[in-house]
Design a protein around this ligand. Structure first.
Ligand code: PA5
Length: 449
């Protein structure tokens, strides 16, 4: 089965075969480092074999917990930030719909919270949950992240005020480290069911662990198929020959474009249900590559929507700065046939009888030609469809491509030291014990004292 095929035809005029060939040994070397575990961050490579090596007993427990969630609640509240929520939300919206919460019948509505510090988001969700049966899945690898911790405090209080102590505890599921962190301690004390984020799998590579699998299964998505797709990718993306491994070729081409001065990669989709997947891609690439003053800045667009906002800029100004990477789907979900209108008052009868997916495809083709003519290189991924199996393949493909690309770039794709700076400042400004020394300096800088 052909899950995903790379098409570099529309990048050709921007990167020559010769340049790609020159990058090929670096890509092969990066892949070797990954496979031999000799590169930077090699203690975070658990995701590489996860599709086949995952904990089968825990996988069955995840399915059981999902069944419990499906039959016992109207709303599943998923608490987590960054890699602890993006993957699950991306898969649910891609496979089900961006309107999943309006369409769900046999499965609970799923709301994600703890991914910001917005008080209105939290209080609104508490209101939405009024009178509903709820379950909570709190996800944090470190078990100490402020955003989910605040949301979890609020939602555990809600559950304990709504249900008996035993019932509330049964409705809370924790996905965290196997032994460390405040969340694990709290869960053990209260007797919550726990799922493990393996030590060697970092947040942004964790969607195929319980982090993603429990919310995804709770939405009624086939997680066996998701893992089967990822396993197919694990098996097929191993060749060191750039012409036999699309993952390697993509990593090489994007590095060629970077070396030629491009600084942004714009992930494009013509399906709004892929918007969250693009957000997942943004995190994957930005946190993996954006360090040591290097890296492409990942941005995202949904077309044709964004052609009516940033299309002008892309067409006439973005060429020297960015390239586009578009995942195109062979089979669009839920097609619609445009009807004939007697009198043709809106002038649209030339489209009568045509599928809307065809119009979308023609928009894609037209945009592709316009943007490449405007100087924007295009990388295309041809995907079969938005099934869970396909999404499993696509997830693994981009995880591996990102790791290879990071090694080509010469960075450690598995750490994120820069994320700590804002947290330290925030803690100091909030007066967290242990941060007293920085407080005065920061308040002075802000003109607060
Ligand atoms: O990719 C990462 O490691 C991060 O985005 C984390 O997932 C994010 O910061 C949340 O961390 P935690 O799961 O420890 O709460």
């Amino acid at each position: 089965m052909n899950y995903l095929k790379l098409n570099c035809e529309y990048a050709k005029q921007f990167v020559s075969e010769k340049e790609i060939a020159a990058m090929a040994p670096l890509a092969a070397n990066a892949l070797e480092k990954l496979h031999n575990k000799t590169g930077a961050g090699n203690d975070f490579l658990g995701w590489l074999t996860l599709p086949t090596d995952y904990d089968k007993a825990e996988f069955e427990r995840i399915k059981k917990a999902a069944e419990f969630i499906k039959k016992s609640c109207d709303i599943l509240v998923v608490i987590g930030i960054g890699g602890s929520y993006l993957g699950a939300r991306a898969v649910i919206e891609a496979v089900k719909s961006v309107n999943y919460n309006y369409l769900a019948k046999e499965t609970p509505q799923i709301f994600f919270i703890g991914n910001s510090i917005s008080p209105s988001m939290l209080t609104e969700l508490i209101q939405i949950c009024e009178g509903k049966d709820i379950c909570v899945n709190v996800i944090s690898k470190s078990g100490t992240t402020t955003e989910p911790a605040i949301a979890f405090r609020a939602f555990s209080e809600l559950l304990y005020s709504k249900y008996s102590k035993e019932e509330a505890a049964k409705r809370i599921f924790c996905t965290t480290d196997k032994a460390r962190g405040t969340l694990k301690q709290l869960a053990d004390e209260a007797g919550y069911e726990c799922f493990v984020i393996p030590d060697d799998v970092g947040g942004r590579y964790s969607v195929l662990t319980a982090v993603g699998l429990l919310p995804i299964a709770s939405a009624g998505i086939d997680i066996d198929a998701l893992m089967a797709g990822a396993a197919a990718a694990q098996q097929s993306l191993c060749s060191k020959d750039i012409n036999e491994n699309d993952c390697l070729k993509y990593a090489a081409v994007r590095n060629c474009l970077y070396n030629k001065g491009k600084r942004l990669e714009c992930f494009i989709s013509y399906e709004p249900s892929m918007a969250m997947f693009n957000e997942w891609l943004k995190q994957l690439f930005a946190e993996s590559e954006g360090k040591d003053g290097k890296g492409l800045y990942p941005v995202s667009c949904i077309f044709s929507t964004d052609l009516h906002s940033v299309g002008q800029y892309i067409q006439e100004s973005a060429g020297p700065l960015m390239f586009e990477s578009c995942i195109k789907f062979e089979n669009a979900p839920g097609d619609y046939i445009i009807k004939e209108l007697s009198g043709n008052a809106d002038g649209l009868n030339f489209l009568a009888g045509k599928k809307m997916s065809l119009v979308n495809e023609k928009a894609r083709q037209g945009t592709l030609l316009a943007h490449t003519e405007g100087g924007v290189a295009n990388i295309i991924f041809e995907a079969a469809g938005l099934s869970s199996e396909n999404m499993g393949y696509i997830i693994y493909f981009f995880e591996k491509a990102c790791a290879v690309s990071g090694y080509i770039l010469g960075v450690n794709p598995f750490n994120q030291p820069g994320v700590e700076s804002y947290k330290n400042n925030m803690f100091a400004l909030l007066g967290k014990p242990g941060y007293e020394n920085q407080k005065e300096r920061l308040e002075k800088a802000l003109g607060l004292c």
